[in-house]
Write a protein that binds this ligand. Structure first.
Ligand SMILES: [Zn+2]
Length: 440
């Protein structure tokens, strides 16, 4: 049985407005709506790439809405938008933030990122209309270019904020469709090159809570409405180059061949077996053959990628090590053997979210749904929260999305689940703020 009904009594006594939340989500989707898949008014996906005209429009809408609530708005040099609502104590402490992103993939949906920002707005609206004040300042962050779809670096601006990506490298990123356009030139064109340096020192955050769709099948399969995200998987990306020798397929016996495609195929199969044995993931997304390959010639060289993932770094490392050993063995197995070379392209260690934030979300989920309604979960994908967690207590809340589908126009989260997630976000922030106050 799925528990997805909001209880009569919420822990905080506040109640978010489900209808207003739904309306707001879809109102923002008029900028960038694309890829119709059904008859209903909201049956479209989204194409709101970062810093396009549509993105600029939704940013202006966001700025208007937070100002109406009495928030101050700061914009940093990556166009990150920080809306801030004063707390009762008028403290100078950094704000407790709810953050996500309003940009989408070119064939994206209406919830990835968008839910995180619009739910945060709903939380502030609910507090405001109930004259509810937190102790400390609370607010919303709209992170620029989370998707990395137009300017190819994902979690780009939370990365700069965290010190993980140099700002010049981010500014210099080129539009994948148009070399002449840079991320910085688009920030300038739309008036979003702010005056605050983009860094955790110039604009520190007290905490970061992010509500996001799961983008996977675990919550729907287990009939849970809330995932308490305790961290994000570590991953390593490698590229292997296997070199052999072109040869006539009719005249060269197996024993005389150096066949890189055969070897690469065995390596890919082996990586799958190694990963399965460790309960990890290993995937090949790119396989490159020479342009001039032909049916009756053994290929000369093959390159392929390997993406290894697991919530624990030592498992990622073990899978990598075992793959390398196995690949070495395979490279001498057939015919006269092949040459194997490899590079490591990305090393992203596993992230553990902060126990205090996790505790607040668990308390919220328990209060709303009881023990049966939620579960702990690890994020399989990267999020801005992975970068914020380097410099402030961070955790995430997942809600289920239909069939686990995301980065696709039909991405869908029910209004009830969006509302529950938003209520959980509100309760988490209120709980965290209260704990902070009690600590003095
Ligand atoms: Zn996202």
């Amino acid at each position: 049985m799925k528990i997805s009904k909001m209880p009569k009594l919420t822990p905080s006594g506040l109640r978010i407005n489900q209808a207003r939340l739904s309306e707001t989500i879809h109102e923002t989707c008029k900028w960038g709506s694309a890829h119709r898949w059904g008859e209903g008014p909201n049956d479209t996906g989204m194409a709101r790439l970062t810093l396009t005209d549509d993105d600029a429009k939704v940013r202006r809408w966001f700025a208007d809405e937070v100002r109406k609530l009495g928030c101050s708005l700061s914009i940093d040099q990556m166009g990150n938008m920080f809306a801030r609502q004063s707390g009762r104590l008028r403290s100078n402490a950094p704000m407790i933030a709810m953050g996500s992103h309003l940009d989408t993939q070119p064939r994206g949906g209406r919830y990835d990122g968008i839910l995180g920002v619009t739910s945060a707005l709903e939380v502030l609206r609910t507090m405001r209309e109930n004259d509810f004040q937190t102790n400390y300042d609370v607010g919303i962050v709209n992170w620029t270019n989370e998707e990395g779809a137009r300017f190819p670096k994902s979690m780009c601006s939370s990365g700069v904020w965290a010190g993980g990506i140099p700002i010049q490298a981010a500014w210099d990123l080129r539009d994948i469709q148009d070399e002449r356009v840079s991320l910085r030139s688009e920030l300038e064109r739309h008036g979003y090159l702010g005056d605050i340096p983009c860094s955790h020192e110039a604009y520190p955050l007290g905490a970061h809570f992010e509500l996001h769709i799961e983008q996977g099948p675990i919550l729907p399969e287990t009939s849970r409405s809330i995932g308490v995200v305790t961290g994000a998987q570590g991953y390593r990306w490698l590229t292997f180059t296997v070199t052999g020798q072109d040869a006539h397929t009719g005249t060269t016996p197996f024993s005389a061949r150096r066949d890189p495609l055969l070897a690469a195929s065995k390596m890919i199969v082996a990586s799958n077996e190694v990963a399965k044995r460790h309960g990890a993931l290993a995937s090949t997304g790119i396989l490159k053959l020479p342009e001039n390959s032909s049916t009756n010639t053994v290929a000369s060289e093959v390159a392929f990628t390997l993406d290894i993932r697991h919530p624990k770094d030592d498992v990622v490392h073990a899978v990598e090590k075992e793959c390398l050993q196995t690949f070495q063995r395979i490279s001498s197995e057939d015919g006269k053997g092949v040459r194997l070379e490899w590079t490591m392209d990305t090393d992203s260690p596993a992230t553990q979210f902060h126990p205090d934030c996790i505790q607040s979300i668990k308390t919220a989920a328990n209060g709303l749904l009881g023990e049966e309604g939620w579960m702990e979960i690890t994020s399989g994908a990267g999020h801005d929260s992975v970068y914020t967690s380097r410099h402030c207590p961070t955790a995430m809340i997942f809600v289920p999305c239909r069939d686990g589908v995301s980065h696709h126009p039909t991405e869908y989260c029910t209004p009830e689940d969006c509302a529950l997630g938003t209520q959980a976000l509100l309760e988490s922030v209120v709980d965290y703020d209260q704990r902070l106050f009690n600590k003095g």
